[in-house]
Write a protein that binds this ligand. Structure first.
Ligand code: ADP
Ligand code: ASP
Ligand code: MG
Length: 457
């Protein structure tokens, strides 16, 4: 059994959906389970409509919804004919009516809770899988539309709910195994789940990758395939550096580190369930299905290049905290981290001096609550507009002269924070966001002049 996950661009229009059907058809002997994202940018559109409604702009919100509806109707009409088309249009129509009612409710309430955001956002994946299932059936594949909310059971931290592994494992098996055993192809929504009480949740933006690996681990799949719009994991984001090359094979640890530090090609949590069951993950290009993509695996293969890939994260804020009363008295760090924990704000890079601590955040939604609390015990200043750059490679810590290479490449860039050693496979630093393209390109030039042909293509 394998899991095939298709991202937003891979189901963005009729042509892409047809390509996906071809990919699944060619893999029927592997007993695929299909996980799909919303059609490209639908989630953004839905959330925008919800925000607009909550600002009281009812008609504007309904117009935004109208655009999403037109798109789904149009692509359905291109993909399906006759009674199959009618059935899908009718089901979509019912969903869109429900959504319109929801938006009108938000306009009356004038507020948008995380729970309502999830209720609205969940429709994107429900639309795309509804269409995809019917297209597979029209192509002679015994596809069965499943409800991921019965399979992915999460806590109630809406908009970034955490899956409850044991309950999810059991629910995935209970709902999917009968279908697979009967020779059918289950199709389920990425990104969405529900609480134990059946309230719809989402597991964080880009979370469909994570859904796929949760399903793969629960079913003991022998391969988890992440089908996307690039050739695999590349030496850096090809949108930033068009010369980026494909990494043929990479370890779970390296891939997890890249994802955590911003390589959007994988959701940061994707690797966790795969590691638990040692299931290989393939990242593949749905536009070029014949290519081999990237294999993410348990074993680290020797590589002549010290760095495998460079990730970056924009929109980073540095918080500098200076102790006012004491020189690093014990308990100071604990108090700081407790404050971040209390406000559910996670910290990426940390560095300390005798009396001060600097750390970086990418989620600043609770920043002012955190700062207010910390100001009771320290001086705090906040510096936004930063970016983290992260070089990842097996055993970087033990390569003499590596820091020299990295910082020579960015010698004309002001570096605010540096972190190395927390993990042996990463060296990361923080710079001004406007210097990011230059820094990433320079590093890429330095580390990927020559490529080990066993690892890169
Ligand atoms: P999907 O909709 O299939 O989930 P995403 O847009 O979430 O696709 O992720 C794919 C994108 O990730 C690529 O288009 C690319 O711009 C970006 N990306 C960032 N870093 C990397 C990297 N190291 N390798 C490949 N893609 C990357
Ligand atoms: N549709 C969701 C998003 O846009 C999940 C995903 O694409 O993985 O974030
Ligand atoms: Mg994605």
């Amino acid at each position: 059994m394998i899991v095939c996950k298709f991202g937003g661009t891979s189901v963005q229009d009729a042509e892409a959906v047809r390509r996906v059907a071809g990919i699944i058809k060619a893999r029927l002997k592997d007993k695929p389970v299909v996980v799909a994202s919303a059609m490209g940018k639908t989630t953004n559109g839905l959330l925008q409509a919800a925000e607009t409604a909550a600002r009281g702009k009812r008609q504007e919100a309904l117009d935004l919804l109208g655009k999403i509806r037109e798109r789904h109707y149009r692509e359905t009409q291109k993909l399906l004919a006759g009674s199959a088309q009618e059935a899908v249009l009718e089901a979509l129509g019912t969903h869109f009516k429900e959504l319109a009612t929801l938006l009108k409710g938000l306009a009356i309430l004038g507020e948008l809770t995380p729970r309502s955001m999830d209720a609205v956002a969940s429709f994107g994946e429900r639309f795309s899988t509804l269409i995809l299932t019917e297209v597979l059936r029209a192509g002679g594949i015994a596809a069965e539309l499943m409800d991921a909310r019965q399979c992915i059971i999460t806590d109630d931290n809406f908009t970034r709910a955490a899956p409850l592994f044991d309950l999810t494992d059991a629910a995935v098996r209970e709902h999917l195994l009968p279908s697979i055993k009967a020779g059918r192809v289950p199709v389920l929504q990425g990104f969405i789940g529900s609480t134990r009480n059946g309230i719809t949740t989402t597991i964080g933006r880009g979370g469909s990758d994570y859904s796929a690996s949760l399903v793969g681990a629960a079913l003991d799949a022998y391969d988890i395939q992440i089908w996307t719009d690039v050739d695999g994991i590349m030496t850096t984001d090809p949108r930033m550096v068009p010369e980026a090359r494909r990494v043929k094979v990479i370890s779970f640890d390296e891939a997890a580190e890249l994802a955590y530090f911003g390589a959007r090609v994988l959701h940061p949590a994707t690797i966790v369930p795969a590691v638990r069951k040692k299931i290989p993950v393939h990242v593949l290009n749905s536009y070029k299905p014949e290519q081999e993509g990237t294999l993410i695996t348990d074993e680290a293969r020797p590589c002549e290049n010290p760095v495998k890939a460079i990730a970056y994260k924009k929109g980073i804020t540095i918080v500098n905290i200076t102790s006012t009363r004491m020189l690093m008295a014990y308990g100071f760090l604990r108090k700081i981290f407790e404050t971040f924990e209390l406000h559910k704000t996670s910290v990426d890079v940390v560095s300390t001096s005798e009396v001060s601590v600097s750390l970086t955040l990418d989620d600043i939604s609770k920043l002012w609550d955190v700062v207010t609390e910390l100001r009771k015990i320290s001086e705090v200043n906040v510096d936004g507009g930063k970016a983290i750059v992260c070089c990842v490679g097996d055993n970087l810590r033990n390569i003499p002269g590596l820091a020299h290479l990295v910082f020579t490449a960015v010698q004309d860039v002001n570096v605010h924070m540096i972190s190395q050693g927390a993990s042996a496979i990463n060296i990361s630093f923080v710079i001004d966001e406007d210097r990011l393209p230059h820094a990433v390109r320079s590093l890429h030039d330095v580390f990927f002049q020559k490529l080990d042909p066993n690892i890169f293509e």
